[in-house]
Write a protein that binds this ligand. Structure first.
Ligand code: ZN
Length: 256
């Protein structure tokens, strides 16, 4: 079944129909979803969703856009939340220089601290990177990542950057951007990266894939990403779904 490794169902855009939509996942071949925290509240909300739905899991952490808001108490609380049995990753963490020009320095510090945290609690991590690739790769390379390592969420950088990420022993997650017209870069990345190193995601409610582009995204549309990967790799879509599911279950150590 489809495994959506990065979603935001705590977002207010799901307030009207969250339960209805999540209750329809299993009937639509969506077998697992990881809901991602971007600050303390959304980390707690992610855990609450994972407690309510057996097929949902949580990641906890501070997004780079909220990094400057993270207090010492918040960090300690994230560390505590990370012990919850349904928390399978630290995230989303990373750098975003597109929105956070004036907080670049604090972003780098908080990114490093959260990589260390992931190592300490023995969890993998999910990385957000926007307009900050050089610093992001430098920090990942310099940091002692530990065995669990990380994955790049919604990867939209070049093939060269993909190679650097794979060389670090990390994985790459592909979202709806792959299906956008004229997106030559991500098409090249998908052709280049071995299927064993790929996972798929929605980042919903954002970035709905074609033919749903512009709509509120949800895991019900993630099949469009699997179909595009199958087309580019000359594989059967069921095979892509099975392998990316297996990759995600191994990576996040999910047994069911
Ligand atoms: Zn996200």
């Amino acid at each position: 079944m489809l495994f959506d490794v990065h979603a935001h169902y705590d977002d207010e855009r799901f307030d009207e129909d969250r339960d209805i939509i999540l209750s329809s996942m299993l009937d639509n071949n969506v077998g697992h979803i990881i809901n991602i925290g971007y600050n303390l509240k959304s980390s707690r909300d992610s855990i609450a969703l994972s407690e309510k739905y057996p097929f949902m899991y949580a990641a906890v952490g501070f997004h780079p856009s909220d990094a400057h808001l993270m207090t010492k108490e918040d960090f300690d609380e994230i560390k505590k939340l990370a012990q919850h049995p349904k928390v399978v990753a630290i995230g989303e963490i990373g750098l975003d220089y597109y929105y956070g020009k004036e907080t670049e320095e604090v972003q780098r510090r908080v990114f490093r601290e959260q990589i260390e945290l992931a190592k300490e609690v023995n969890l993998p991590f999910q990385v957000h990177n926007r307009d900050s690739t050089r610093d992001c790769v430098d920090i990942l390379r310099e940091s002692n990542m530990g065995e669990r390592r990380g994955m790049m969420h919604c990867f939209s950088e070049s093939r060269e950057t993909a190679k650097k990420i794979l060389d670090l022993g990390m994985k790459i997650s592909i979202g709806g951007v792959l299906t956008f017209k004229n997106n030559v870069k991500t098409v090249e990345v998908v052709k280049y990266v071995p299927i064993e190193d790929l996972m798929i995601e929605t980042d919903c409610p954002y970035l709905a894939p074609v033919p749903y582009r512009g709509k509120r995204n949800s895991s019900l549309y993630i099949h469009a990403v699997a179909e595009k990967i199958a087309e580019l790799k000359g594989m059967d879509v069921d095979e892509v779904i099975a392998i990316t599911e297996k990759n995600a279950k191994n990576f996040f150590d999910i047994k069911d």
